[in-house]
Design a protein around this ligand. Structure first.
Ligand SMILES: Nc1nc2c(ncn2[C@@H]2O[C@H](COP(=O)(O)OP(=O)(O)OP(=O)(O)O)[C@@H](O)[C@H]2O)c(=O)[nH]1
Ligand SMILES: [Mg+2]
Length: 341
């Protein structure tokens, strides 16, 4: 699917600081005993998931990342400071491969942190080498190199919400109205042949080709592209208000049936019904259609009445959607902590 981004970078954890040779300075004593401190540890490297699909663009001209080195030890047995750990922020949906070891890390959640490289340990100061037979050790050891490797980063954006519906329902038009996607729109069926994605405040909206009755048997464009919205949290089910009441009801039921025959789990997803093209319907007709649809949907279903020519209705859809996705975020986080709604 479009929107995949990638980069290859060299990443280094920090080198440990060297141990040092120092002596205690006491009056009337040339050597007051060894007092060289150990070096500090080099900084580790972490990757951190952030909900920002544009993040990779920030690293366009960067070929390498380096965590801070540890400081050398000091006199009076002082330990050198550890190098700062490095946090590399990457979009949620990033798959990061260590090209030397083959290890693969996935950032699936906002705020998730994974350590990918360890900083080198600091070296030992001469105080460490003191023994009964050696009161004046001159030995010290250098800090160890941090781990380093080339990494391949690929971002697979996972859609948060998916626009579904019959062909011509106005799905792509809504994607364009809500995001900067600017995809092809047409007054004929199957304008959209491949899924399109758009970004809405860091959330990803997917617009997929229209489904028709029998899509599960391969009619129209089939239904395999439903896999692109398998992991979405919310379905935006678009139903055009253009047809008569029976057509509208059938349109809704057809899509629900096709979803069920693709995967029953899909029918358990949160669904917001969007009644599109409201500008094509006269006010009194709209009332009739709405009350008929309410009965079909039952009391639990939420719906919105939208026209791309009615800015307020788009704004309302935008608000509902962003609130819905943000609430879901909070619920998911609570689930992680063992809370249940
Ligand atoms: N009057 C009116 N026309 C609309 C509205 N939304 C979309 N349309 C028109 O409806 C037609 C279909 O719109 P699309 O956005 O391409 O529909 P789609 O659901 O993506 O269609 P497929 O990609 O074929 O599945 C186009 O001619 C649009 O201009 C609306 O709110 N009002
Ligand atoms: Mg379309």
């Amino acid at each position: 699917m479009a929107f995949i981004d990638e980069m290859t970078v060299h990443i280094r954890a920090g080198r440990g600081g060297n141990g040092v040779v120092r002596w205690l300075h006491e009056k009337f004593k040339e050597f007051g005993g060894p007092a060289g401190g150990d070096g500090g540890r080099g900084g580790h490297v972490y990757i951190k998931g952030i909900r920002n699909t544009q993040l990779l663009a920030r690293y366009k001209n960067i070929k390498e990342f380096n965590a801070e080195n540890g400081e050398p030890g000091a006199n009076n047995s002082k330990h050198g400071a550890n190098g700062d750990d490095l946090y590399i922020e990457l979009p949620v949906g990033s798959v990061v491969t260590n090209k030397s070891s083959g290890e693969v890390y996935r950032l699936d959640e906002d705020g998730q942190e994974i350590q990918i490289l360890k900083g080198g340990n600091g070296g030992l100061g001469n105080e460490r080498f003191k023994s009964s037979t050696n009161q004046t050790p001159e030995e010290w050891t250098p800090g160890k190199n941090g781990e380093e490797a080339d990494f391949y980063v690929e971002v697979e954006l996972i859609a948060d919400a998916g626009l579904i519906g019959l062909p011509n329902a106005g799905k792509s038009s809504l994607l364009n109205a809500l995001t900067k996607a600017d995809v092809k729109v047409g007054g004929y069926e199957f304008t959209t042949l491949e899924p399109n994605l758009g970004a809405l405040y860091g959330y990803i909206l997917a617009d997929i080709p229209g489904l028709i009755e029998g899509a599960s048997d391969g009619k129209g464009l089939g239904h395999t592209f439903l896999r692109h919205i398998r992991r979405t949290r919310v379905l935006l089910h678009c139903v055009s208000l253009e047809g008569d009441i029976d057509a509208i009801k059938n349109s809704y039921e057809t899509i629900r049936n096709e979803l069920a025959s693709y995967d029953l789990e899909m029918t358990k997803k949160r669904e917001i019904v969007i009644l599109t093209k409201s500008d094509t319907v006269l006010p009194e007709e709209l009332k009739e259609k709405i009350s008929a649809i309410k009965k079909t949907l039952g009391s639990k279903k939420e719906f919105l009445i939208v026209s791309v020519y009615d800015i307020d209705s788009i704004k309302q859809l935008n608000d509902t959607l962003t609130k819905e996705l943000a609430d879901e975020d909070i619920m998911l986080k609570r689930d992680d902590q063992g809370f249940k709604e």
